[in-house]
Design a protein around this ligand. Structure first.
Ligand code: ATP
Length: 222
């Protein structure tokens, strides 16, 4: 009898949506839900950056941003929070994070979700070329937004681009898919600004997040 090959540690495709989430808002959450449904993912993880290398700093601490994310997804089945970057010391490089997740996921497809704005700057990320060895890239774009990158990044994206989610299913990593999702014109910057001005953030982020921000006196300039 032929012995079946050893199963990978996990054969469940995983979506990874990284960000600072300072704070998380409905723009992030709606995007996560739509990508999860369009790719048929059982496991979609929002992954807050512990110490984001591209930012001069966050307003809320990593632990507070993590707590807000947990509150935000509490009532949404299929979304999870991955806290590994908050637990890990040092700068939060996506390359290190994906390397860790790849070692846990075996040969399962990994999908790294990023917004169009972030995709256009991918070549500023640590070891960006090797990200394609670890995951597929899913670029969440506005209906009228386009890739605005040049040089090597543009060539990599053109070379790897596929148009259909089904084309990603057979491989663990290496392709780029642009997905149109409902873009709510909400940013964390907008929400921080509203709190700083004493204005209402209602209907931009879940009530549980708003309550947390008030309870911890975040974003209000004292
Ligand atoms: P800030 O205003 O502080 O820069 P942000 O609202 O852009 O924050 P981030 O945590 O920096 O949020 O973003 C994480 C990811 O979420 C990025 O890939 C970004 O493109 C994407 N994103 C941010 N806002 C939206 C939105 N309204 N809809 C879809 N994706 C979004």
């Amino acid at each position: 009898m032929v012995t079946p090959p050893a199963l990978p540690q996990s054969d469940v495709a995983i979506g990874i949506f990284g960000g600072t989430f300072d704070p998380v808002h409905f723009g992030h959450l709606r995007a996560a839900v739509e990508v999860r449904e369009k790719l048929g993912l059982a496991d979609l993880r929002l992954l807050p950056a512990g110490d984001p290398p591209h930012r001069s700093g966050t307003v809320a601490t990593a632990v507070q941003r993590l707590a807000m994310l947990r509150l935000a997804i509490a009532s949404c089945p299929g979304l999870q929070v991955d806290d590994r970057e908050v637990r890990r010391a040092g700068p939060s490089f996506m390359f290190d994070t994906l390397t860790e997740i790849r070692s846990e996921a075996g040969a399962a497809p990994l999908f790294l979700l990023i917004g169009q704005d972030a995709a256009n700057m991918l070549d500023t990320w640590h070891r960006w070329r090797e990200l394609f060895d670890l995951a597929h890239l899913v670029v969440m774009r506005r209906p009228d937004a386009h890739f605005q990158c040049a040089g090597e990044l543009r060539r990599e994206i053109e070379r790897r681009r596929v148009d259909e989610p089904g084309r990603l299913q057979g491989a663990a990593a290496g392709s780029v898919l642009a997905l149109e999702i409902t873009q709510l014109d909400i940013s964390a910057t907008l929400i921080r600004g509203l709190f700083a001005q004493g204005r209402s953030p209602c209907y931009l982020t879940p009530d549980s997040v708003i309550e947390y921000i008030h309870a911890h006196r975040l974003y209000s300039n004292g």
